[in-house]
Design a protein around this ligand. Structure first.
Ligand SMILES: Cc1cc2nc3c(=O)[nH]c(=O)nc-3n(C[C@H](O)[C@H](O)[C@H](O)COP(=O)(O)O)c2cc1C
Length: 184
């Protein structure tokens, strides 16, 4: 007996509102993705589209809006950093997603080993990545990044879901072994 054919999936796509409603029900951590342009100027934007891809080689991805100055800077240097925000860094998440010019004059940051901006007062983990692959789809680019170096510090993650921010509240404290797994 042959497999039953699926109907051809050529109907209209869902609206942007439907997309937002779906993804608002999928809470995530919040990151600021940063990069430097050819003259060394820092750029950065708030991003929740940070996803682990493979452990070997260690790879993550982020999705950035085409037209963003941060995306342009990522292409200029072939590198980006992710700063995973602490629960106390909500103002920074809003700063890097809002219309304020010169975002970096309002936060403390340092240059990582490869010269990328690390938000040392706001992030509980930071990583620098070399772009390994780029896929363009619709109005965003998916950037795959090989992890070069990771730094962690104590903290509690900032979360975003149901269109609002909240702090990670574990039902029981993490055991030391679990903390160790995270950095593996
Ligand atoms: C919680 C949160 C998550 C976001 N995630 C993304 C994302 O993954 N990719 C993206 O392109 N924009 C994302 N944005 C929107 C950008 O932060 C926003 O458009 C910002 O202004 C972009 O910086 P730019 O104006 O310098 O390009 C997010 C905003 C918020 C508040």
């Amino acid at each position: 007996m042959g497999a039953k054919k699926l109907p051809v999936l050529d109907g209209p796509v869902a609206s942007a509102g439907d997309h937002r409603a779906l993804m608002s029900r999928f809470p995530t951590g919040v990151a600021v993705v940063t990069a430097v342009d050819t003259v060394g100027r820092p750029h950065g934007m708030t991003c929740s589209s940070v996803t682990s891809v493979t452990l070997s080689p260690p790879t993550i991805l982020v999705c950035l809006r085409i037209g963003s100055a941060t995306l342009r800077a990522v292409h200029e240097r072939g590198a980006f950093a992710v700063n995973l925000l602490d629960a106390g860094a909500r103002d920074t998440a809003e700063l890097f997603s809002g219309p304020v010019p010169d975002r970096f004059s309002r936060v403390r940051w340092i240059r990582s080993q490869y010269g990328l901006p690390w938000l040392v007062d706001d992030a509980l983990a930071m990583a620098e990545c070399r772009v390994s692959r780029v896929i363009r789809d619709g109005d965003h680019e998916v950037l795959f990044g090989r992890l070069l170096r990771v730094a962690e510090q104590p903290g509690t993650p900032l979360l975003y879901g149901m269109r609002s921010y909240s702090a990670w509240r574990p039902s029981s404290p993490a055991r030391p072994a679990e903390m160790k797994d995270m950095s593996a």
